[in-house]
Design a protein around this ligand. Sequence first.
Ligand code: SF4
Length: 356
Amino acid sequence: MTRKYLYTVLERVYRDVKPDLSDIEYLLGLENEEDMRILFKYAEYVTREYCGDAILLRGIIEFSSYCNNTCLYCGLNKYNKNLKRYRLNKKEIMDSVEQIVSVGIKTVVLQSGQDDELNIDEFTDLITEIKQTYDIAITLSLGEYEYELCREWQKAGADRYLLKIETSNKSLYESLHPEMSYEKRLHCSRNLKLLGYQLGSGCIVGLKNQTISSLAKDVLFFKKEDFDMVSVGLFIPHGKTALKNEPLGNLNLTLKMIAVTRIVTKNALMPATTSIGNIGNSDQRVLALNAGANVVMLNFTPKQYKELYSIYPPNGNINNNAREYLNILEKTAKKINRELDYSRGDSIKQKQKSHV
Ligand code: SF4
């Protein structure tokens, strides 16, 4: 195919309200270096056009590593009996929130596994207390919960929710999540949308038996569900999971997936995921920022617990000292002609809807 054809497809995918599956597959299948560079550059233009030059900052606290789920790719899944589990107490969480606020970040992400022993009342009170103490946004990433409970958390002050589908392909989802239900996940996601949460989804690139076509359908799924945030991660095999012998996900394919998702969804907020920073010899999240991502999460989990939140094995690339990493990020942002944004960084989609 000629370069002219590549530009034609890019324009078509950018303009069409319902992009053609084969066009998305074509873009995800690009292998020539220059073609990929053009794709990333195009996605960067779309990012600047719809989201501006800002890199939004989030502070994440991984407050519980207990999980009753079975995701085959994740080191926290319930079958990993060797892992020491932890659950932070309220003081530890509030201290971490204070650190996030002290560096100027205005979004806290409270993340855990599907922790069936979570004390619901205490957690709801925690949300209330954070909101009463600080003027910040709260994102929850806790797994699947009932509509009523999600409404309680929203009333207490939660603004956003992350519930990644990981793959929109039902049979692939079921093969990777024994004992879990694709329908239930989708139902929970749609409930969160109904409630008015700023809602995030996402996928993992490099899953066993995943195809280009399935990834292309994920992009269309993100568009159809109109998510406020979309996270594209990369599969990293974990030695204590059933997928330990599977190959590492492909970085270029992950970057292409970010770029195409950006071009199709336009203004979704998209993180440069830590999985991308966690491969190779250095933190490569800047590649994601250059291919359409516009959010970075900094980890404020207390030091003694970080290693235990073992979704995938860390390789030491990620600088876990948030203040040091912010300095590095400032320099990185300057180099790529972007700027760090310390505001709440709310959903661009919701802001636009409220102005209609
Ligand atoms: S991905 Fe989340 S829900 Fe699945 S096993 Fe890991 S922590 Fe649990």
